[in-house]
Write a protein that binds this ligand. Structure first.
Ligand SMILES: NC(=O)C1=CN([C@@H]2O[C@H](COP(=O)(O)OP(=O)(O)OC[C@H]3O[C@@H](n4cnc5c(N)ncnc54)[C@H](OP(=O)(O)O)[C@@H]3O)[C@@H](O)[C@H]2O)C=CC1
Ligand SMILES: O=C(O)[C@@H]1CCC=N1
Length: 271
């Protein structure tokens, strides 16, 4: 199968903007081959000004011509979007969906016979540090479609997983930036309470999480081993870690991932 040239986005919100940034500024995709359908005219203008793509409030001008369609509307808006476009796409168009919780089977009903890739990215892809996981339907497997891999690895890491894991991916890395932001804010509050100015506290909290994350990824060491290296006998760190364990921070994070995973499963069942 030929490489994808033109691509049409359905939905031009926050995630679409972040993906467009990767496509235009990182993989240097020609913006004249990118089309966006987005409800709000002012957002269309913004996307055109920022990335040079064609953006309009209807997909009609491009949907029958593009080689790939990227679905980037909220799950609750998906059915209406599919009603608008599904019967108009090119017969061999590849479909990429980032819509949380929506299974391949539901997309296959709308686009029978098409190669379909379901992706769960996250917002740090807007700064080139996204974590995306993707899964193929049989038709995409058959053509070994590389479009999604190319797009999403241009703005971070991208891994292929079995579809049965997509809700768990959503609960961990899809929603995960929110857990990290909450932790950064809470750690900043701790710093302020201990006497640091707010702006320093925020930078210290964020850079500490960034550095710790890099150590995990770059050393390949278990987080427990890295934690041991910070934790001096009778020192400061063990005093802090003890409070975290007493307050159930570990259990709260496990439960947060599970709650988001369950919600992703529920969203997939909404009709
Ligand atoms: N935010 C995140 O962290 C992540 C989100 N996702 C998924 O990505 C998808 C997009 O999320 P996000 O970018 O945050 O959402 P946004 O609400 O920012 O963007 C969706 C946009 O699509 C527009 N829209 C709705 N229906 C149509 C339509 N039929 N045709 C054209 N445009 C339409 C909306 O307009 P209006 O608001 O006027 O309806 C809105 O501007 C969701 O399915 C979400 O589950 C996946 C991973 C992470
Ligand atoms: O909150 C949500 O539903 C979306 C999906 C993953 C992150 N944000």
């Amino acid at each position: 199968m030929e490489k994808v040239q033109s691509i049409g986005f359905i939905g031009g919100g926050m995630m679409a903007g972040a993906i467009l940034d990767g496509m235009v500024n990182r993989i240097k995709k020609n913006p004249t081959e990118i089309f966006v359908s987005e409800r709000r005219q002012e957002r269309c203008d913004e996307l055109h000004d920022m990335y040079g793509v064609s953006a309009s409030t209807s997909a009609d001008s491009f949907i029958g011509n593009v080689d790939a369609v990227l679905l980037a509307v909220k799950p609750q808006a998906l059915d209406a979007a599919l009603d608008e476009i599904a019967s108009k796409v090119k017969s061999d168009a590849r479909i990429i969906s980032i819509v949380a919780g929506v299974p391949l089977a539901r997309l296959e009903k709308a686009f029978p016979g098409h190669p379909i890739v379901r992706v769960m990215p996250n917002t740090p892809l807007s700064v080139g540090e996204g974590m995306s996981a993707y899964t193929f339907n049989d038709a995409a497997e058959a053509v070994k479609d590389t479009t999604a891999e190319e797009i999403f690895s241009s703005c971070g890491k991208a891994v292929k997983v079995a579809e049965s894991l997509m809700d768990a991916v959503t609960g961990l890395s899809g929603s995960g930036p929110a857990y990290a932001f909450l932790m950064i804010d809470a750690l900043s509050d701790g710093g302020v309470m201990a006497g640091l100015p707010r702006d320093y506290a925020r930078i210290m909290a964020a850079q500490t999480l960034l550095g710790a994350a890099k150590m995990v990824l770059e050393t390949g060491k278990h987080p427990d081993a890295l934690r041991d290296a910070v934790t001096s006998p009778a020192g400061t760190t063990i005093a802090g870690v003890r409070v975290m364990e007493q307050q159930g921070v570990r259990g709260a994070l496990i439960d947060a991932v599970m709650a988001a995973t369950r919600r992703s499963e529920e969203l997939g069942k909404l009709k």
